[in-house]
Ligand binder design. Structure first.
Ligand code: HBI
Ligand code: FE
Length: 291
């Protein structure tokens, strides 16, 4: 859950007002590096053929390996050369306003801790595996790096307009659980999927969930599940489409969003473009998705 800077100070005396801390890479134990190895090696078997090339390419370009937890300073130096983003260590969840401010300045806040061996399949808060392995590879792609900065700036604006819920849904159904249409089929780019061995298979192959073509207003009206597989995944045609769709002033959209319906996660609307109509055979609650 969300702690204040002061509450974090006991464990992280050097914590700053923007919630950043020093990673102290040398303090990670052999057991923590071993957990990183277990998690990354599992995904390295599952993601080829399921994650999009841009994600796999980002892992390679940034040399995010399966030996040890990455040193965020060195990782940032590589990433900065590509898209002027850096990765900064934070204790875990930070307040929305702080989160948006980092994204708006091309800083990705990554949890510095790593989950315990008995939490391999489910964890409440974003740890270094979810954030660095799941999120950072896509930041090596210029159009996606620009999308994330625009999202941060949009978030700072939304803060004032009190429409964070709509924006959080956009983040959830793209950055965390987005799929992209490729000639060879649907592929993962969302970090919540790419950092979950079970959901990486489910999201692309299982007949149960809906797979619906991305529409900005529709996504902003759709609620999501936070601790289980998604009942619907949204599919973009390209990263350029996602960026174009969202790189506009949201104010008019927020007005329309204030009225009109909010949809349950499994809803299918009559006129929308379906990639797959789910069977919903998977019973929500029978699995806990990872962060
Ligand atoms: N903090 N460290 C961290 N990581 C996140 O992904 C994160 C966060 N705070 C808020 C948040 N995500 C979501 O509410 C966003 O939609 C804003
Ligand atoms: Fe995340």
């Amino acid at each position: 859950m969300l702690l204040t800077v002061e509450e974090h100070r006991e464990k992280h005396p050097e914590i700053r007002a923007d919630y950043t801390i020093d990673q102290h890479w040398h303090r990670y134990s052999a057991a923590e590096h071993a957990t990183w190895r277990t998690l990354t090696r599992r995904m390295e078997k599952i993601l080829p053929g399921r994650a999009c090339d841009e994600f796999l390419q980002g892992l390679k370009q940034l040399k995010i390996g399966d030996e040890q937890i990455p040193d965020m300073e060195r990782l940032s130096d590589e990433l900065y050369k590509l898209t002027r983003w850096r990765v900064v260590a934070v204790p875990s969840l930070v307040p929305d306003a702080i989160f948006f401010e980092h994204l708006a300045n091309r800083r990705f806040p990554a949890g510095h801790f790593i989950r315990k061996p008995d939490q391999l399949d489910y964890i409440e808060e974003p740890d270094v595996f979810h954030d660095v392995f799941g999120h950072v590879p896509m930041l090596a792609l210029p159009v996606f790096a620009d999308y994330m900065e625009a999202y941060g700036k949009g978030g700072m604006r939304a803060e004032g307009l009190g429409t964070l819920a709509n924006l959080a849904r956009l983040y959830w159904y793209t950055v965390e659980f987005g799929l992209i249409e490729k000639p060879e089929g649907l592929r993962i780019y969302g970090s919540g999927i790419a950092s979950s061995s079970a959901e990486s298979v489910y999201a692309v192959e299982d007949a149960s969930p809906n797979r619906i073509h991305f529409d900005l207003e529709r996504v902003m009206r759709t609620k999501y599940r936070i601790d289980d597989f998604q009942e619907s995944y949204f599919v973009i045609g390209s990263f350029e489409e996602l960026f174009k769709e969202t790189y506009k002033d949201f104010a008019p959209l927020y007005q329309t969003l204030k009225a009109g319906p909010t949809f349950e996660p499994g809803t299918i609307l009559p006129a929308e473009r379906l990639h797959h109509r789910g069977t919903h055979r998977y019973k929500a609650g029978s699995h806990r998705a990872t962060a």
